[in-house]
Design a protein around this ligand. Sequence first.
Ligand code: PNS
Length: 161
Amino acid sequence: MTVAVYPGSFDPVTNGHLDIIERSAKLFDKVIVGVLNNSSKNPIFSFDERVEMLTEVTAHIGNVEISSFEGLLVDYVESNNIDVIVKGLRAISDFEIEFQMALMNRKLSSEVETMFLMTSQEYSYLSSSLVKEVFRHGGEICEFVPNLVLNRMKEKYMEVL
Ligand code: PNS
């Protein structure tokens, strides 16, 4: 059984993330979506909210499980017998940072492998940060996030304002 982890902040999950989760679920026996629980990125959604949204939007994929990790990703990988880290690549600009992270993770734990999946072209410019920025300024984001996330965004920004 091959187990993969797809790690990230998911603040919030976008259609681009979902695309990578669905692609991974076809390749691996089990895909754990690992939500980072100590992000210094000041997320707008709480950890529980991010996990809840991910759980709902991946409910249709049988071999996907939502989980969380703190600290180093390689420690989580080792202690949960995970075989591979999956990352999505959107554009060349992702490559440099992902290359650094993959090599650092390999240095920290020589057994850890990272695999990269190309996102669909239609999501190649998408990121959680851009989605939040567009939404904050009144732009349309329904093409970029699942409906549930769109509704949670509306609620969240009503709270904040
Ligand atoms: O969605 P993000 O915020 O771009 O995801 C980044 C993430 C969570 C994959 C990365 O920051 C990470 O792996 N953090 C855990 C801490 C860690 O292991 N750092 C060293 C990575 S080389």
